[in-house]
Design a protein around this ligand. Structure first.
Ligand SMILES: NC(=O)C1=CN([C@@H]2O[C@H](COP(=O)(O)OP(=O)(O)OC[C@H]3O[C@@H](n4cnc5c(N)ncnc54)[C@H](O)[C@@H]3O)[C@@H](O)[C@H]2O)C=CC1
Ligand SMILES: O=C(CO)COP(=O)(O)O
Length: 254
């Protein structure tokens, strides 16, 4: 078994190092919440792993803030599989009384939920920094979930609606908009006026934000296809992160 739990830019080099060193019947699981953008469009991380190593890859994603998982506080997670036996294998490995695993036959949906919710979580932090309150946060979560589903189904019609009701969908969106690094740094962007890059360095102790880079990835994908107007929330979050748009535009533009 091979587990991938790094930021997406490192996957290519890690796969290169692993090539020829793993058994052909090995199974991979990605815990990564991101996508890979290239000239032709974008790829899922599980596809990168499968293409590079010629082994089958599942994905695990859910409402799983690392510090709470480490303290064994109860949570749920979702494993997306292509081959049911692989999903069951990984469920048996990861499932514990405090870490409840549900498996679904929708790798793409699980993976895109994990990547896209990080953009919405940046919005959650902006709402907190602006002290807009719980109703605004709920509106942001609803619109964010709507855009996540719309994007996923626009590019992959096989993505299942039910996946958005799993831990990887609405639950991860709620937890990351309430806690997590993306939310924390976005809140500080409002309260300090510092850039996301500077705050990432000051606040994350060497860790990386996924939400800002995925906002840029999504913006690049949508702008190439003339689809930005269909995703006002995600587009505004990108512009606040990268084009100095005032944070208040988070509510004015949606
Ligand atoms: N921390 C969390 O609460 C959760 C994180 N995730 C996802 O897991 C992924 C990783 O996030 P974290 O574990 O939080 O990040 P992290 O920064 O704690 O760990 C990243 C890992 O990448 C390794 N690394 C750093 N530079 C590298 C390089 N140049 N080449 C190869 N490996 C390198 C580090 O040694 C470390 O093991 C992200 O996609 C994140 O969204 C998913 C669920 C929860
Ligand atoms: O994905 C996460 C929790 O499920 C972690 O989110 P952050 O990267 O915002 O900390």
């Amino acid at each position: 078994m091979r587990g991938f739990a790094v930021h997406n830019p490192f996957v290519t080099s890690i796969c290169k190092q692993l090539r020829g060193r793993i058994r052909p019947d090995a199974k991979a699981i990605s815990l990564i919440k991101g996508i890979d953008v290239n000239e032709d469009g974008f790829r899922l991380i599980t596809d990168m792993i499968q293409e590079s190593l010629h082994i089958k890859a599942c994905v695990l994603s859910g409402a799983n803030i690392a510090s709470e998982v480490a303290e064994e506080k109860f949570c749920e997670t979702t494993i997306g599989y292509r081959v049911r036996a692989d999903g069951e294998l990984f469920r048996d490995i990861f499932h514990t009384p405090s870490f409840r695993v549900n498996i679904v036959e929708d790798v793409i949906g699980v993976e895109l939920c994990g990547a896209l919710k990080n953009i919405v979580a940046i919005g959650g932090g902006l709402v907190d920094g602006l002290k807009l309150g719980d109703n605004t946060k709920a509106a942001l979560i609803r619109i964010g979930l709507y855009e996540m589903r719309k994007f996923s189904k626009m590019f992959y019609s096989s993505v299942m609606d039910e996946t958005f009701f799993e831990s990887c969908g609405v639950a991860d969106l709620i937890t990351t908009c309430a806690g997590g690094r993306n939310r924390k740094v976005a809140e500080a962007h409002v309260t300090t006026g510092k850039s996301f890059d500077q705050l990432e360095q000051e606040m994350l102790n060497g860790q990386k934000l996924q939400g800002t880079s995925t906002a840029k990835d999504m913006f690049d994908i949508l702008s190439k296809r003339g689809l930005l107007h269909e995703f006002p929330l995600m587009t505004t979050i990108y512009r606040i992160c990268y084009e100095n748009l005032p944070p208040m535009r988070i509510v004015e533009d949606i």
